[in-house]
Write a new protein. Sequence first.
Length: 592
Amino acid sequence: MQGDEAMTEASWAMRPLILGGIGLAAGFVVHLIIGAGFHNNLSTMQASSATGVVLAAGLTGFTLERRLWWWSLLFAVGLALVGALVVAWNGTPEDWSVGEGWRMISLLLAVAVAAPLFQAARDEGTRRFPYQSVHDHAWTNVVLWCACWVFVAIVFALAWLLALLFDLIKIDFLKELLEKDWFWRSLIGLAFGAALGLLREHDGVVRLLQRVVAMVLAVLAPVLAVGLVLFVLALPITGLNALWEATKSTTPILLFCVVGALILANAVIGNAPDQERRFPLLRYGAMGLAAVMLPLAVLAAVAIGLRIGQYGFTPERLWAVVFVALACLWGAAYLVALVLGRLDWAARVRPMNLVLAFLVCGVALVLATPLVSFNAISTRDQLARLESGKVTPDQFDWRALAFDFGAPGRAALKKLQTSANPAIKTRANEVAKAERRWDVKDASEETRKRTEVAANTRTLQPGRALPGGLLDAIGESYNCTRQEKCGVLLTSETEALVFTDSCFAAPGPAPTPSATAGGKGPLPPLLRFGCRNGDRYHLEDGRWKQGPAPRAATEEDLKTIAAGYAARNVEIREVPRRQVYVGGVPVGDPFE
């Protein structure tokens, strides 16, 4: 009976046409929803509608079977409706904070986990989720996803090749068509849907790709296992100080290691005992990966805990807490399975994988909604740190409050504008006027940069002091910072030239390659000859600015120029010039 059903499924020749048509329609409908261009600010309705269309088309493509096809359609439409409602619940994308992009990733993760669970239940015809079936569908979906995007890339490469070929003989119809938004969006949907249908129609090819991918990943398992085990064993010797000093990068690196260990270990154990790779090197490699997952996850938890203790909550750090918690849970499950099962640990870990998959799906779906507001949690925490004096107004991250914490952050900023603390009130009013996040100056960074510029800059005219505003302007252009020394020539009360010392280094032996590799050392003088002109700064409206002073041209001047040119009244006059002389030798170009 199962063989007949398999033959029926394998002979469904209409599937590529059906999925290609669904993809084409989805691409065109998405274009109608979001409109032309790349930089449109989508409304809530547009974002939710586009999400629903894409999810409905994608889930239909991955789950549609001839048998119980209405199950697939109901599942795709139902989950697409849930996704659209979640996006609508989150509000206008234009108002999303920096961290809220993770909500979309969380939604997509929930959908990606739910799809193989549904496929397994549909194959069983009831609410049963055999691990072998779930695992097999999950790997197949991943392979199909990657292969379909490769096909889309090939289609576009061929389309542009033909377009450019015909353009050589002045037939530019195809080139103009590919530049139209409605066409290339529809083509993406058509190519992806057709590829999905073709690959699913040739199930043997997909399973071959799946086996190749699993084999390659399984071979890599011992390599990663040796590296991670040596890393964990080396920690007691090297100490953890260096690890904690790099808390900004420690957590994501450790999490990627845990995810890599999880994927490679599962590539070795397969989806059933008969598919488990028994070669000792691979088998013990997978066991090593299972053993180090929890220690790595705990280190990541300590790292993010230290960073939160130093700088408080932000939406990104709270998302990191979620990922670390899941990594710890998975690592603990694998370690328990390894301790209890020993060589037969895979038999214990497979049902754990299924339980954890349901857990991840549920958590991801909840976190995709505004039920848990990381913005509000972060805002409350940062305000408490500011109002308690744990951080000063100059140290406080005003930029994040105004632009990264969403509506709660903006509401808090408005509240701080009426603060009883004069320093907080003044800074809040300044930040409230900023239209973009980079308009908000980081006071501590500005102080550090100014101190650095002052230490690296000297005047070329003894007895003359450098204006403070000029030092600020030099720092804004990132000149004379770090190890770069500079000299300043004040040509007038409103104009200055800034020279970089390394541009005037005396000729000498060529530096070794290591001295200039990666931009870590100064370039030889001959290579930096073009920088001897110096950078010009001028005082305008009370502020020093880089570049020559703008030349005002009145409307009357423009009319006179136009009339003079029409009358051929063009002449050359000798004018006095200004030029920099260093040691009596002219350097650079003349300037006005």
